[in-house]
Design a protein. Structure first.
Length: 600
């Protein structure tokens, strides 16, 4: 009897260790369930087309212009700063899935309904790519059956999941997915396939935008260090070099705008195209260096990197500073006030702890796994991933906007910890450890437990009446019901807040003067000068831009900057109720959060 029981237990253990077949189908099922939940959770926002960000509104306006006949390489937004408009620094690559969904839906619904369907579905597509890529990462580094843990941990990344939620049509989700693919290539045991995956995914990310450039540089450096550590890794380095150079060339040729054909520092222009091609050529040449001594390989890599940096400094000195190349005035009045561009440590400490909890655990887990992987000869696979996780943690301290990527890069290390420690707790002789202990360690490692602890340990700060008013204004002024009266007016140019511009041009036929984009810098400063200056200066600027209407949203976040900075400026006087002969109040519904004037 006992022998039979032991045999059965051994069989159960073998079943647990047997690789799960069709893991990709299971991973896709997890994605389908998560997508269904997000659609349900966001259904009201989808119905009201409540795009969460100015960039999402601009993306939809860009896709609409494309489907209405605007040129593929013409990314100028003509409804902002009319009549000349301004050139967006985005690429057409992210427009493709949105436009494709719209074209599929249009025969069965109105164009507006097609836009809503596309805005709801498109952001969740890169989530599937990220989940599959993370499944590859943890299967290669942790265990073949750990893919579900990796997927579940992605769903626990609060900052990351915001980039994949319905209506978040901006490009960050696709960049994050490409970043995970890059790590999957870095962890691939098939060196050529891994190198090609790294290079192509990095090139796609760069073609979309440069936001994740620091992460991609570190991943590329990690591939180079793998070659330094282990000479057979030259095949991975060679594949990476070819795919990076070729992919960037194809991305530049196929998806950048006419305006990116000049030397610009904020997009895949000749600046970064030449740099990536040169980096690819250099890495390709190094991969053929047959030197047995690691120190010599490291020296060659260091010299090559120094030459590349020196050449960049000589050829493109204007790009050594801020890639946006904005003026000091624009930086002080606008860019430096963008919350996501500020260091994470400037945010409330509860936000700080919530964002960094998972990255800290991920770094610990990655280095722990790398240390223990030495016995299996897998240190070379784990060490680069640990390096990327560490740099990701440092980057999020530098800029809050790096939080989604930092949390995502923490997943492999966190998966390793869960895979190792949860079975030990489940096999404990203590019932408490098998139940409470398992739940506690999962909540701790995933970071989900941190907000719970903070909610219990830190009393909620009282919200002032002023903060409530700002929150109400931010929520109401961009809604479809609030802007419906504006949409019914004859098309014209409206002078308004910078942050209202993208929403105005997306959901109404109106044009606006400015949107929060650095290439629109002169128009942004004009708006600030108008609201900060005298009424006479404001009137002259509005007439100069051909605006016939003035639209404001009292208490909106942007308005607080003008009132605080210029208490005697035009906007402050207007907000206090002062009236001017050249402004004629126009009627809006009684409960409208907006105020509208005709400019004489």
């Amino acid at each position: 009897m006992s022998e039979t029981l032991k045999a059965g237990q051994q069989g159960d253990q073998m079943d647990e260790m047997r690789p799960i077949r069709h893991w990709l189908c299971w991973q896709t099922l997890i994605w389908v369930v998560a997508a269904a939940f997000m659609l349900y959770f966001r259904w009201s926002a989808i119905h009201w087309y409540s795009l969460p960000d100015t960039d999402d509104n601009m993306r939809m306006a860009q896709v609409r212009a494309l489907l209405n006949g605007q040129g593929w390489y013409d990314l100028r937004q003509y409804k902002l700063n009319p009549p000349v408009g301004f050139d967006m620094h985005w690429s057409r690559l992210v427009d493709l899935p949105i436009a494709a969904i719209e074209l599929v839906v249009r025969p069965f619904a109105s164009n507006f309904m097609a836009e809503k369907v596309a805005a709801a579905i498109a952001p969740m597509l890169p989530l599937w790519v990220a989940m599959v890529a993370m499944g590859l990462v943890v299967r290669r580094l942790v265990a073949e059956n750990s893919f579900a843990i990796g997927a579940a941990l992605i769903l626990c990344c609060a900052s990351t999941m915001l980039m994949f939620s319905p209506l978040r049509v901006d490009h960050h989700g696709w960049q994050l997915a490409m970043l995970v693919l890059t790590i999957a290539g870095l962890a691939d045991r098939d060196t050529l396939r891994g190198g090609l995956t790294m290079g192509l995914s990095s090139a796609v990310s760069l073609a979309i935008g440069l936001e994740l450039m620091p992460f991609l540089v570190i991943a590329g450096a990690a591939s180079l260090l793998r070659w330094v550590w282990d000479e057979p890794e030259s095949v991975r380095l060679r594949g990476y070099a070819l795919a990076l150079a070729g992919g960037c060339a194809l991305g530049y040729a196929g998806f950048t705008s006419y305006m990116s054909s000049v030397a610009r520092c904020d997009v895949l222009s000749p600046v970064w195209l030449s740099t990536m091609v040169a980096a690819g050529v250099l890495a390709f040449a190094l991969s053929y260096l047959k030197v047995a001594d690691r120190r010599l390989r490291f020296g060659a890599a260091a010299v090559g990197g120094a030459v590349l940096l020196a050449a960049f400094a000589v050829v493109w000195p204007q790009c050594l500073g801020r890639p946006e190349q904005i003026s000091p005035e624009l930086a002080s009045k606008w860019f430096n006030n963008i919350r996501e561009a500020k260091p994470l440590y400037t945010q409330p400490w509860t936000v700080f702890v919530t964002v960094v909890a998972l990255p800290v655990v991920g770094v610990i887990g990655a280095f722990w796994a790398a240390w223990h992987a030495r016995a299996q000869g897998r240190f070379g696979a784990w060490a680069p991933v640990a390096l990327v996780a560490l740099v990701s943690l440092l980057l999020v301290l530098w800029q809050t906007r790096q939080g989604p990527a930092a949390q995502l890069m923490a997943v492999p290390g966190a998966t390793a910890l869960i895979w190792h420690f949860v079975p030990k707790l489940r096999n404990s002789g203590s019932v408490l450890m098998r139940t409470v202990g398992v739940v506690a360690i999962i909540l701790l490692i995933s970071g989900v437990g941190v907000p719970m602890i903070l909610d219990q340990a830190v009393p909620a700060a009282p919200v002032s009446a002023r903060s409530k008013a700002i929150g109400r204004a931010n929520a109401r002024c961009t809604t479809l019901p609030a802007l419906a009266p504006i949409a019914r007016l004859p098309a014209t140019t409206i002078f308004s807040f910078v942050d209202l511009g993208p929403r105005l041009i997306n959901v109404t036929p109106q044009k606006a003067v400015a949107g929060p984009y650095h290439r629109n810098g002169e128009a942004i400063l004009d708006v600030h000068h108008a609201f900060d200056g005298t009424p006479e200066v404001a009137h002259a600027i509005m007439v100069q831009h051909g605006a016939t209407l003035l639209l404001t949203c009292p208490n909106m976040s942007e308005s607080t900057n003008y009132r605080a900075r210029s208490p005697n400026g035009f906007y402050s006087r207007l907000a206090k109720g002062e009236r001017f002969a050249w402004l004629e109040p126009m009627p809006l519904p009684k409960n409208s959060p907006l105020m509208l004037w005709r400019i004489r």
